[in-house]
Structure formats: C-alpha cells, structure tokens
Write a protein that binds this ligand. Structure first.
Ligand SMILES: Nc1ncnc2c1ncn2[C@@H]1O[C@H](COP(=O)(O)OP(=O)(O)OP(=O)(O)O)[C@@H](O)[C@H]1O
Ligand SMILES: [Mg+2]
Length: 272
C-alpha cells in the first residue's frame, strides 16, 4: 500500500455537523461538529463528560443522534446501527475490547466475519479458508509490525498493548478507511502506549484516517495532526497540533484560554 500524505485541501473522509443528543435532561451533545481529512490523525479532547465518547458512538452507529448530519467521502449517510457505519468503512475500537480470550489472534481478527465457504458440505474448503485467513492475518500483522509471535496464539496470554494492536490491525485487515479509537492507551503502560501510538502512525501511513480520543496531551501532540476540543457537548475549537503547545490544549479544555464556539465551517480544514 502506498503512503498517502495528509493534504491541506478540503478532501474530507468524514464530516459531522451540528450533532445533538440528549439523554433526558442531560445534553450529551449540543451542536457538535467534527471533520476528518483523508490520512490524518484527528485528536478529540475535552474534560470528563464533554461528550467525546457520545460523539464517537454517533459516528460508529451505536448511538442515533437527535439532530445533525454526517457525510462520508462527501456523501450523506445515516447510521441507525453499528453495521451501517462498518459498511461505510468506519471501524471503532472501544477501550473494553471485544476480543475473545479463548480464541486465537487470527480467530479474533475474523470474529463474526469468518471467510466461510458457501458450501458448508465441502469441509475441505473450510480448511482452505482457514489457511487463507491465517496467511492474510499474518500479512497484516507483519505489515503493521504488531508484535505477536504467532497468529495462532490465544488472546488470553496477550498484554493489553498487544490486544489493542490486534483490535486496531483488524480494522486494516477489513479495509476500513476510518478508524475510531476511544482512549486506546488509557489502561496501558509507557512501552505499550508507545506501541499503540506507533501503530496509529503506521495506519495513517497506509492512508487510513483516524479519530483518537485521549486525555494524554503529550501523546496527542506526538501522533495527531489536528485536534478538536469539546466542552459541555460542544466542539469549541479546532487547531493544527503544530500550531499549539500542550499547555494551550489544556487551556482550551479547561476554559482558561477562551475559544469561540465553532460553526461547522470552522471545523473544516482551511484551504491554503
Ligand atoms: N447512555 C447515557 N445515558 C445518560 N447519560 C449519558 C449516557 N451517555 C452519556 N451520558 C452523559 O452525557 C455526557 C457526555 O458523556 P460522554 O461519555 O460522551 O463524555 P466523555 O467526553 O467521553 O467523557 P470521559 O472523558 O469521561 O470519557 C455526560 O454527562 C454523561 O453522563
Ligand atoms: Mg469517554
């Protein structure tokens, strides 16, 4: 796969505009907007309860918004369920990973989407497909340099970092164009976090667009190209990482640095 550079044009993989979602009296999202360029890592930051996870759930079809629009590759989409987002090329990795302990790495990669032969009577085809699955999984894991000794190894013995990497690699194997990660390093140590961050960079090098929620500003500035700040359900600022310091990001999150409430146009990339 070739390297795709993040460009400054308005070539958007995804755009969400004016997303609102209430839970009774709680306004989880109030006119939140987010744009994602092709082949960029977009950070999504904000204090606890700011609405980050809810916005990710809207983008992954797990939560249906009250109002708002989403476009993928410039085309309007309507996600009513997670499979709608998957079909649109959006893969989401939640913190509590849906990996099955008793299954092998390759089985987990293909979980629920096994390469099944149409004619189940022809058992030998299953064997062939199993082999195809293993070799394909091995290829992707090698390409992404995911440090797993064997694709046949059970997930049970894997570290948190390896699990996270496996779940992320699954996205690439399935040809997803957009990967959404909700605090992927929250439960990981320093070395494992670094592995995951490196993997995110390699995904981007493969032209995948990534939305990354993180509370770790140091990590964010090393991996993200841009970031959007959320406060009380609103997207209040979008900046290039190169233009700010981690302290500025924290200031925007806490409100110490004022940011005007954005219009959807503000979250679109600036055309130079
Ligand atoms: N299913 C739900 N039912 C009721 N309230 C909810 C639900 N999901 C989210 N909320 C509320 O919506 C607001 C936004 O929550 P959300 O989980 O999106 O925040 P967050 O930015 O991801 O926070 P954190 O950084 O702590 O993960 C919070 O006030 C939360 O309590
Ligand atoms: Mg959250």
């Amino acid at each position: 796969m070739e390297r795709v550079e993040a460009s400054a044009d308005a070539d958007l993989a995804l755009q969400a505009r004016n997303i609102t979602r209430r839970y009774g009296a709680v306004v989880a999202l109030a006119d939140a907007s987010l744009s994602l360029r092709r082949g960029e890592v977009m950070g999504l930051v904000g204090d606890n309860g700011a609405g980050k996870s809810t916005l990710l759930k809207v983008l992954s079809g797990a939560v249906v918004p009250d109002t708002g629009t989403i476009e993928v590759d410039g085309q309007p989409v309507s996600f009513r369920k997670p499979s709608d987002a998957l079909s649109a090329g959006i893969e989401t990795v939640y913190q509590d990973l849906a990996l099955v302990d008793t299954m092998s790495a390759v089985q987990n990669v293909y979980l629920g989407r096994e390469v099944l032969s149409k004619n189940a009577v022809l058992r030998f085809l299953d064997v062939v497909n199993d082999r195809a699955m293993r070799s394909e999984a091995r290829k992707v894991l090698q390409e992404l340099q995911v440090g797993i000794q064997s694709v046949n190894v059970s997930v049970k013995g894997m570290s948190g970092g390896q699990r996270q990497c496996l779940a992320i690699a699954r996205a690439l194997l399935w040809g997803r164009r957009i990967v959404i990660l909700d605090e992927p390093t929250a439960a990981l140590g320093v070395r494992e976090s670094q592995q995951v961050l490196d993997l995110i960079k390699r995904l981007r090098d493969h032209g995948v667009s990534v939305i990354l929620v993180s509370h770790n500003m140091q990590q964010l500035v090393t991996v993200a190209d841009r970031f959007t700040v959320m406060r009380l359900g609103r997207s209040i600022a979008t900046r290039n990482v190169a233009d700010v310091t981690p302290e500025t990001i924290v200031g925007l999150i806490t409100g110490a640095i004022p940011a005007e409430v954005e219009t959807p146009e503000d979250t679109a990339p600036v055309v130079h």
